[in-house]
Write a protein that binds this ligand. Structure first.
Ligand code: ATP
Ligand code: MG
Length: 571
């Protein structure tokens, strides 16, 4: 790392200037970023009274040279960039040389630091810039006391202690998700709020957002030329009522970016109900020169040189991750015979005679799980074994038991098929042998007359028979087996509320979703084994078959291990 030096005026004028110390959380963001830039592997944060009375950030990073300490607190002095060229491809969080100076302008700051080569640490305060020796291992401690002591008006705008502390916690969460390899801790009024060991992303997400998130998420790992998207995208079953779990990072920096949020929302559009928000932790990596971080003083916004390309990439990468057909989504365990075998093998001490293992394997095979037919490893969703209350299909696969919500599954398949047909022109229609005369309201008749074109585009041939009757002559072929009257009524209700003057794609898909929902097998319906197996095979072949159009899951897996656990086997 370079020594700290004042930036030339020309460069200063190029840097987005402005307020960065809005509240304690923004102070914390600056301090954690500095620690990470210094190569810290652990960062400990201590807050008192919402961070207003005290905020202390200690790291084990590279430290600051004694001679540089006064410069660290002065405006426009940085060790991170030296030229405009550096600014244009900056890879550190900091680059303005302004963070500490703007904090020191509104609070009492003490800096204690020691580099690896120094015999001891040095301390400096902004009120007394002379250096005094101090005790510290290699690293840096920044203490910020009495935030806004000199600007009481600002202090009045702060919220309650606990609210400010919660904002600080969120800042730490954002940084900690970006750097699972770094250990973090956070205390507020001496109570431990967070304690995070260095880990991998999965573990870190579980520690911060709970076990449920990764359990219902798809791993994203897509690379296209210079662009890379990695992370975890929660399946719609884990959707949220707010945007509180949307973490998007660009080159490791947490950003609130409209373009990226839009690309993500579009990718989820097909599988998520409008009122729900997706949850994700995503990292976009690209050449630093292809993205401008010098847009906003708090660096929370970025500008892409090729925003269209980035949007398309993120949209496609995410769509692909979410749409992964079932076949690839289930990771098959290695083809050992049973859960028993594996558990037994794990609990056996290495020295135990091999013969014992062999004997046990033989026993387990015969006594428990060796079925007459070959194990159903060939199909991810396995083979139907029965149906529950005419609502759920039970199937057996290599891993264990599969439970399918037959209505949700059928709805999803129907929707994808309707969409496919619509994309290639007007869907095939089926003329009714005897036109159906359907009793409706006057309003429905009016809607049908106004929307004849939209109805035709969807495969419905309708005309008015009387002020309260519609005559239906043809319906989409895929739906001809169902209750066509109910289907038409649902469609008219939807069209009355949101007329479709032009059936644009998004709107068309909404209408198709209505059709699929009403066209799919509803309520109880007994299926034969071949019918159930046909449904399973179709699910495997259908994109996004894992969720119905409302984002509910269509199937669930219970592994043998989970079932064994229910009966406390192997305990
Ligand atoms: N925790 C730390 N460990 C080591 N060096 C630090 C630490 N905090 C600050 N510094 C040094 O002090 C300098 C000034 O920090 P400051 O946050 O004011 O500016 P910056 O990080 O360079 O840019 P920015 O204003 O964009 O954050 C840094 O360039 C760095 O050299
Ligand atoms: Mg900084």
């Amino acid at each position: 790392m370079l020594r700290i030096h004042p930036l030339p005026d020309l460069l200063i004028s190029q840097i987005a200037a402005g307020e960065v110390v809005e509240r304690p959380a923004s102070v914390l963001k600056e301090l954690i970023e500095n620690s990470l830039d210094a190569g810290a592997t652990r960062i400990d944060v201590q807050l008192e009274e919402g961070g207003v009375k005290l905020m202390r950030v200690a790291d084990d990073g590279g430290g600051i040279e004694a001679d540089d300490l006064p410069l660290a607190l002065s405006r426009h002095a940085t060790s991170k960039i030296a030229t405009l060229d550096d600014l244009e491809q900056v890879a550190t969080y900091g680059f303005r040389g302004e963070g500490l100076a703007s904090i020191a302008a509104v609070a009492r700051v003490t800096l204690i630091s020691r580099t690896r080569a120094a015999p001891h640490a040095w301390k400096i305060t902004q009120s007394d810039t002379s250096l005094t020796p101090a005790a510290l291992e290699c690293g840096t401690v920044v203490e910020v006391r009495d935030l806004y002591f000199n600007t009481p008006a600002r202090r009045k705008f702060l919220k309650s202690e606990s609210t400010e502390a919660a904002h600080c916690e969120e800042v730490l969460t954002r940084m900690a998700l970006a750097r699972p390899d770094v250990a973090f801790s956070l205390t507020h009024n001496r109570a431990v709020k967070k304690r995070l060991a260095a880990a991998d992303l999965d573990r870190r997400v579980r520690d911060l957002l709970g076990e449920d998130f990764p359990a219902h998420a798809r791993r994203v790992e897509v690379e296209a030329g210079p662009l890379k998207l990695t992370g975890l995208a929660a399946l719609p079953a884990y959707s949220r009522a707010s945007r509180d779990e949307q973490y998007f990072y660009v080159n490791g920096r947490f950003v609130r970016d409209k373009l990226l949020a839009h690309a993500a929302r579009e990718a989820y559009a097909d599988v998520l109900h409008n009122a729900r928000h997706p949850a994700y932790v995503l990292f976009l990596t690209l050449n630093p020169a292809a993205v401008d971080v010098n847009v906003h003083p708090a660096k929370i916004e970025v500008r892409f040189r090729d925003s269209r390309g980035v949007h398309q990439f993120v949209f496609h990468a995410l769509t692909r991750a979410l749409a992964q057909p079932v076949a690839q989504a289930i990771t098959m365990p290695p083809a050992t015979h049973s859960t028993f075998t594996r558990q037994f093998q794990q609990t056996l001490a290495v020295e135990e005679p091999r013969a014992a293992t062999a004997a046990y394997l033989e026993f387990a095979k015969q006594a428990y799980r060796e079925p007459d037919e070959p194990p159903p490893a060939a199909q991810p969703l396995g083979y139907a074994i029965s149906q529950l209350h005419g609502l759920y299909v039970l199937a057996q696969n290599e891993t264990g038991l599969i439970l399918v919500d037959q209505h949700a599954a059928h709805e999803r398949i129907l929707y994808e098929r309707l969409k496919q047909q619509a994309e290639t022109g007007t869907p095939p229609t089926q003329a009714l042998l005897v036109p159906a005369v359907i009793e409706v309201s006057e309003k429905d008749v009016a809607t049908a007359e106004e929307q004849t074109e939209a109805l035709a585009a969807l495969g419905f041939e309708v005309s008015a028979g009387s002020p309260r009757q519609l005559v239906l002559r043809a319906v989409p072929a895929l739906l001809s087996g169902g209750d066509v009257a109910a289907l038409l009524r649902a469609l008219l209700a939807e069209l009355a509320e949101h007329p479709a003057s032009r059936v644009v794609e998004a709107r068309r898909n909404e209408l198709l979703a209505t059709l699929a929902c009403h066209g799919a097998v509803r309520g109880k319906r007994n299926l034969t084994l071949p019918e159930m197996n046909a449904l399973l095979r179709e699910m495997e072949a259908t994109e996004r078959a894992d969720q119905c159009n409302h984002g509910r899951p269509t199937w669930r897996q219970m592994s043998l291990a989970e079932i064994d656990a229910l009966f406390m086997r192997g305990k």
